[in-house]
Design a protein around this ligand. Structure first.
Ligand SMILES: Nc1nc2c(ncn2[C@@H]2O[C@H](COP(=O)(O)OP(=O)(O)OP(=O)(O)O)[C@@H](O)[C@H]2O)c(=O)[nH]1
Ligand SMILES: [Mg+2]
Length: 321
């Protein structure tokens, strides 16, 4: 019997794979166990999950009693609907992003090597939050293996260069070499997706320098011209980051009721169906789901849809069960 695993299960499994602590692993496994369809075809998988969970809980106990659970200085807990690691050479403007886009207060200075440890902040995009993590420079003087590991496990790496830096070409080559050695692909479709920014185009000569840089590296990447001084650029960037996360927001309402005035969305992978949303709202809906009514783009208001209907961002659904 096929297991018919849901996108929610696969999400939890992804989370498990990229977990950095025992606590996160336990959390992801518990979610996998909750999300796995409960039928004969998955019995073996279920017992396997339980076995792994019980082993991890024992490990956690041991860590606690030995004091090993203390987190490394570079550990940052994942929060929000996705993680963007802001990285790049020294003085590119990484910390400036966090200052402009989050409530975090990293130090910003006009000399290199200001940031020494990762610092998270939450960026609001409409009604969801995306985690940004500021990091120390991707430079020979400061590069430590944890930084590349953190980039590898991010949903998105925002790779920031100062296009007016006299060392721009050396910096670019250095970053490309580090990524290649680690198997991180700049043009990847999968995690981590990488967005390259040519920052500080507002500075004198910035635009020309950006154009030359683009031409030189056109086979490697196509960067976005940027200035942290420009509100328009910052707005455009936050939308682009949301879009790169490849998710849809879905709102629900009870049959016959009015939609809430400030509803919080369920966030699902793009391509999820009405049925996926229903089981996310409540796992019992997996058994009892009949149909849904939907309001959104490309449908007429209150249209009746079957379980396989693919959701679009900002759809509102009413689950009938
Ligand atoms: N003109 C201009 N200056 C910028 C821009 N972005 C950042 N800066 C300036 O560049 C300098 C470095 O900015 P930071 O945000 O500290 O750079 P960083 O990449 O975090 O630096 P390190 O932590 O040392 O790697 C500061 O003086 C910023 O004000 C921009 O878009 N335009
Ligand atoms: Mg910094």
């Amino acid at each position: 019997m096929p297991a018919n695993l849901t996108p929610q299960y696969h999400d939890a499994e992804e989370r498990f794979k990229s977990a950095e602590t025992t606590e996160e692993r336990i959390d992801a496994l518990e979610e996998m166990l909750r999300q796995i369809p409960k039928h004969k075809g998955t019995e073996k998988m279920q017992s396997d999950l339980k076995r792994r969970l019980s082993k991890l809980r024992k490990d956690q106990q041991k860590e606690k009693s030995s004091g090993a659970a203390r987190k490394p200085f570079h550990y940052v807990k994942k929060e929000g609907i996705g993680r963007v690691v802001v990285c790049g050479p020294a003085n590119g403007g990484k910390s400036s992003f966090l200052v402009k886009l989050t409530h975090a207060e990293p130090e910003v200075a006009n000399y290199p090597f200001t940031t020494r440890i990762p610092l998270p902040g939450m960026m609001q995009f409409e009604d969801v939050q995306i985690q940004l993590v500021d990091t120390p420079p991707l430079a020979p003087e400061t590069l430590e293996p944890w930084l590349l590991a953190m980039i590898e496990q991010a949903d998105i790496a925002l790779l920031v260069f100062d296009v007016t830096d006299p060392l721009l070409l050396d910096q670019t080559d250095y970053v490309l070499k580090q990524f290649e050695a680690r198997g991180i692909k700049i043009q990847a479709e999968n995690r981590p997706k990488i967005l390259v920014l040519g920052n500080k185009v507002d500075k004198p000569g910035g635009q020309e320098s950006y154009d030359t840089w683009c031409e030189l590296y056109e086979d490697e990447f196509s960067p976005m011209a940027f200035s942290t001084e420009s509100i328009g650029d910052l707005r455009q960037l936050s939308r682009r980051l949301f879009e790169m996360l490849n998710v849809v927001r879905v709102y629900t309402k009870a049959p016959g009721a009015k939609p809430e005035s400030e509803p919080s969305p369920f966030v699902l992978k793009k391509g999820s169906t009405v049925f996926d949303a229903a089981v996310t709202v409540h796992k019992d809906f997996g058994e009892t789901f009949k149909y849904a009514k939907i309001w959104g783009e490309g449908v007429y208001d209150g249209q009746m849809v079957e379980r396989d209907h693919i959701l679009q961002d900002k759809d509102l659904i009413e689950i009938h069960h």
